[in-house]
Structures are given as C-alpha cells and as structure tokens.
Write a protein that binds this ligand. Structure first.
Ligand code: ADP
Ligand code: 5GP
Length: 186
C-alpha cells in the first residue's frame, strides 16, 4: 500500500488552490479525480477535475461497487472516490492527494490509517469564507448560502483530523502544509 494525503475543508476555504500548489511542487503527487453528478463549472474538464456523470451513471457505479467512499455532499449532489483512481496512482508509485468533503475525509482516514495524513484546511472566519465563495464567482447565491450553512457543521469536525492549517495568508498556509507533508513522506 502506498501513501495518501487527504485534504478536507468547507467549500471556499482554499483547498483546491493549495492542492494545485502542491501538485506543482511535488512531481510524485497525483490528484485522485473524483466522480460527481454536478455540472462542470468555470474551466473544469472531464477527467482532469472530475469525472462528470449523470445521476443514473453515478448510482450505477455505486451499485457496481466502484467507489471506496461516496457522499451526497449537498442535497441531490453526489461525489465519490473511485477504486480505479487509487489503483491507477499507486501502480505508478505515486502519492495520492484527495480533495474530499469532511465526512469523506474522515472515512478515507479510517480506511488508510497510518498510511494517510489527513489535513483540515480552515478558513479564517465564516465571513471570509462567504467572501471567497462570492469572489470566486462560480456559484449562485443559493448555492453559496448552502455551502456556508454546511461550513458551520464542518468546522466542528476539524479536531478529528491529523492537522489543521488555517488558510489566512495563502503563502503561509502553503508553507505550513509543505512542512506537514515533508514530515509525513519522510
Ligand atoms: P475550495 O477548493 O476550498 O472550495 P478554492 O481553492 O476554490 O476553495 O478557493 C476559493 C476562492 O478563494 C478562490 O477564488 C481562491 O482564489 C480564493 N483563495 C484561496 N486562498 C485564499 C487566501 N488565502 N486568501 C484569499 N483568497 C483565497
Ligand atoms: P465542489 O462542488 O466545490 O467541487 O465540491 C464540493 C465538495 O465535495 C468539496 O468539499 C469537495 O472536497 C467534495 N468532494 C469532491 N470529491 C469528493 C469525493 O470523491 N468524495 C467526497 N466525500 N467528497 C468529495
């Protein structure tokens, strides 16, 4: 079994931004592309950011046991980690980076145990989280409200992770995450 690094956070905390930085710095890291039945947003591409499936195809994959974990992260909006991604990345000897919701992150930590480093990316405040979601400009006001409402529950789960990184200043958050990862991969 190889190593895995799990990033979870309320939506808008800056998790994707941090994961992209790490992928540039560490050639041996590879992003686990999840499946989802939400529509692509912005510049997202099928197979790179997500595997975009219809709700029917997603549920078929659930029935065929293709997911290690999956969650209905928002009402009617499912996301899941594919077994084939884990096999694909480990077969190359690479370290897997997961970007999953808080419940999924804790499930993956339980599955991979000491082979996993679970990092919670914490926004400086709920107000700042809302500002970031608004300035990202990819979600409707209703979607932003749902994400902010969910964040309040998600923040209560932070202590269950191996590490908490506050993403206030981005460069500092990346530096802190890099320290944690260097210690983990040795
Ligand atoms: P997530 O993947 O957690 O949903 P994103 O990485 O998409 O979050 O970040 C949400 C928005 O906040 C993006 O517009 C991003 O550029 C911005 N952002 C990320 N980190 C910071 C930071 N430290 N300070 C200010 N804005 C940030
Ligand atoms: P977004 O729609 O902003 O891309 O993602 C919404 C949430 O779903 C984020 O918290 C993201 O980390 C989470 N997510 C993405 N892929 C997966 C997955 O495979 N499993 C789980 N449990 N959550 C996921």
């Amino acid at each position: 079994m190889g190593k895995v690094i799990i990033f979870s956070a309320p939506s808008g905390s800056g998790k994707t931004t941090i994961v992209r930085e790490l992928l540039q710095r560490y050639p041996q890291f590879e992003f686990s592309v999840s499946a989802t039945c939400r529509a692509p947003r912005g510049q997202e591409q099928h197979g790179r950011d997500y595997y975009f499936l219809t709700p029917e195809a997603f549920m078929q994959a659930v029935e065929e046991g293709k997911f290690i974990e999956w969650e209905e992260v928002y009402a009617g909006c499912r996301y899941g980690t594919l077994r084939s991604e884990v096999e694909r990345i480990w077969s190359k000897g690479n370290v897997i980076l997961f970007d999953v919701d808080v419940v999924g992150g804790l499930n993956l930590k339980r599955i991979f145990g000491d082979d996993a480093c679970a990092v919670f990316i914490m926004p400086p405040s709920i107000d700042e989280l809302r500002r970031r979601l608004e300035s990202r400009g990819t979600d409707t006001p209703e979607v932003i409200d749902r994400r902010v409402a969910k964040a309040e529950f998600e923040l209560t789960q932070a202590p269950a992770f191996d590490h908490i990184v506050v993403n206030d200043d981005l460069a500092e958050a990346v530096a802190e995450t890099t320290r944690i990862i260097n210690e983990f991969i040795g």
